[in-house]
Design a protein around this ligand. Structure first.
Ligand SMILES: [Zn+2]
Length: 96
């Protein structure tokens, strides 16, 4: 039991180390020239939900037009590029 626990613990540490190393190769969100993709809609807020595929930040468009909102209904199955960066409110970076 003790041996099994030991190896599980080492496995977790290795996994965390690998993720930390990999995360260094991602863009710094503060320096990132974001490339947003619409991937979902936040029904309750009326927002479009976006993610930057370069630095994995979350963002939202809080004032979509009716056309933009309807287009975004298909985003969960087929995300699409969003070019109006100035309309994106930066959210939390996705944690690993
Ligand atoms: Zn970015």
């Amino acid at each position: 039991m003790r041996v099994k626990y030991f190896w599980e613990d080492i496995g977790d540490k290795i996994a965390i180390f690998v993720l930390r190393v990999l995360s260094r190769f991602r863009e710094d969100p503060n320096a990132c020239d974001h490339e947003w993709e619409v991937y979902s809609t936040a029904l309750n807020q009326g927002w479009l939900e976006l993610t930057c595929h370069k630095c994995m930040s979350n963002g939202a468009v809080e004032d979509p037009t009716k056309e933009e909102w309807e287009k975004a209904f298909d985003a969960s199955s087929s995300p699409y590029r969003w070019y109006e960066n100035e309309r994106v409110t930066l959210g939390q970076r996705i944690k690993i």
